[in-house]
Design a protein. Sequence first.
Length: 179
Amino acid sequence: MKKKEEKVVFEEVYKEHKEYVYNTVKNYLYYKKEYADDVCQNIWILVYNKLHKYNPEKGTFIQWLYTITKHEIYKFSGSKEHKKELYCFGKEDFNAYIENNICDYSEAFNGEKEREQKEKIELIKNKSSKLKKGQKEIFRLYYFQGLKHDEIAEIKGLSPNTSKSQLMRAKAKIKQLIS
């Protein structure tokens, strides 16, 4: 492919996927959102430089892009300690998740004072860090990025049913750890 053609292809890819990449980075780096633009810039430079190396026989484009994105996030985060933080919940995201998606916990929020509610949310937040890596990732993609199971399946190279079952296991594990 000639340079001019590569540039046109890159521009199309960028337009189509820029929000996805930015939201992924922003969600994973919730504790350092001010760095999201820098990480995204690094990702897009890599994509531009490696676009000619993409091989559709090895997976879908979105899987390739997600892999680059994830590796840049890990690279930015550096140490193993920071990698663990990538899977913790940001307070706003977690509170919204609890209020909107864990209906089974609704009794914990009815009639309790705000302080008790915050304690319960902190407990759930701490226990959720014990999820397996794959479950945490699917949990985050589903709830924080709003992806559907077929989209998660494409990104992760799984079936939609595997995505659904891992999400169910993640929710069940959080409930079990809290009980």
